[in-house]
Ligand binder design. Sequence first.
Ligand code: 6PG
Length: 250
Amino acid sequence: MSSSAEIRVLTTPQELFASAAEEVVRLANQAVAERGRFTIALAGGSTPKSLYNLLATNARTTLPWDRTYFFWGDERHVPPADPDSNYRMADEAMLSKVPVPPGNVFRVPAENPDAAVAAKEYESTLRKFFQLEPGQLPRFDLILLGMGPDGHTASLFPGTAGLQEKSRLVIANWVEKLKTHRLTFTLPVLNAARSVAFLVSGTDKAPVVRAVLEETVPGEQHPAKLVQPTDGKLIWFLDRAAASGLSLQK
Ligand code: 6PG
């Protein structure tokens, strides 16, 4: 693990989300002050929902919502109203409750039955928004990530082709064990961010947290290990349960 990773172990999940929310607000105000806007890619799954709820209630007046631009680091291949949609989760938990202009929200067009076309469309959205030259990467102010028990992050699962992608920004990654495509940022996009924050909670994640942060397993087996921002900050927000396998916790 790169020595530049900052590991924050909080006693409870509530403290984890409070600490993460504080960091989001701090980065948002810093980005707006320095560059006039804050670009954030949201994580999916269940863990970040509590963070989004907290931001919607406690950061209503402190986060510059009108200067914040929301993207998703990955999305399931389902329509936005589907219970599995990462967009739907973030919209219900946060976006529908805060004064963010609809034009600031860029969801993945995952309703497209052709996952490859959806990925290409989202990639074009990124290229246009960030006004990218060919070969240039988008530099998000913050990318939020979760991690599965198998070490996957975003929708980069162990053993999937997506791990090898070095030029595309967004791909439709076939995940054999889920028998579905997932739409996901590629590693170059994750590693181009100014800040990347992992949010990991619960005892079930303790073994993989230890493997990623303290063991020398190859990244292909635990893709989260491959997230090493080239010129950015990496922060792991862990609660004590998720960190319980770490030697620093002994
Ligand atoms: C997704 C996420 C995925 C998630 C991990 C952890 O679309 O599911 O992007 O990478 O972060 O699977 O999920 P939990 O937070 O639900 O444990």
